[in-house]
Design a protein around this ligand. Structure first.
Ligand code: ZN
Length: 162
């Protein structure tokens, strides 16, 4: 065989091997979903949901979307230290103060709850390693109730990985 033909044949074989390894990788990826139901007891409440999420994780490695299906709540990652959580509550109250009137209060008396939710986020996307959230030492995942008390707040967990 001509050396150029030989070289091209080897290239083509490598290319097919590469495609094969990619398809094996893609086929081993899965998507799993789960949800958490949370009952809250106060107007403003911070609930550490880290262990509940860890119990619901169904893959070894990948990412997880943690999404609250409510516009007066939030999902955040931070440190579970009592003083800090109090600071977080008072900072939100100082930012979205009751000194002003809000348009949304004309139809639904919870504008401040929505506005706090706007400033935070309804979801977090986090890494999973060894079947658990791969968080830093001082990090926890919190569900933030901004307009409680409410029954059956829903947080969906969507996992992608292997
Ligand atoms: Zn509202």
């Amino acid at each position: 065989m001509d050396t150029d033909v030989k070289k091209n044949t080897i290239k083509i074989l490598f290319f097919f091997f590469y495609l094969y390894t990619i398809s094996v990788k893609v086929l081993s990826m899965t998507t799993k979903s789960n949800s958490l139901k949370i009952n809250t007891n106060k107007k403003f409440e911070i609930i550490d949901i880290t262990s509940k999420i860890n119990e619901s994780i169904d893959i070894e490695e990948g990412i997880i979307s943690i999404f609250s299906k409510h516009s007066t709540s939030a999902i955040v990652v931070n440190e579970n230290e009592r003083g800090l959580l109090k600071d977080f509550e008072s900072t939100l109250d100082n930012l979205i103060t009751d000194k002003f009137s809000y348009q949304h209060d004309r139809i639904d008396n919870n504008a401040r709850s929505h506005l706090k939710s706007f400033l935070l986020s309804s979801s977090e996307c986090l890494p999973i390693k060894n079947g658990r959230l791969d968080l830093g030492t001082w990090q926890s995942v919190f569900f933030i109730e901004l307009d409680g008390p409410r029954a059956n707040r829903t947080v969906t967990l969507t996992m992608v990985g292997e």
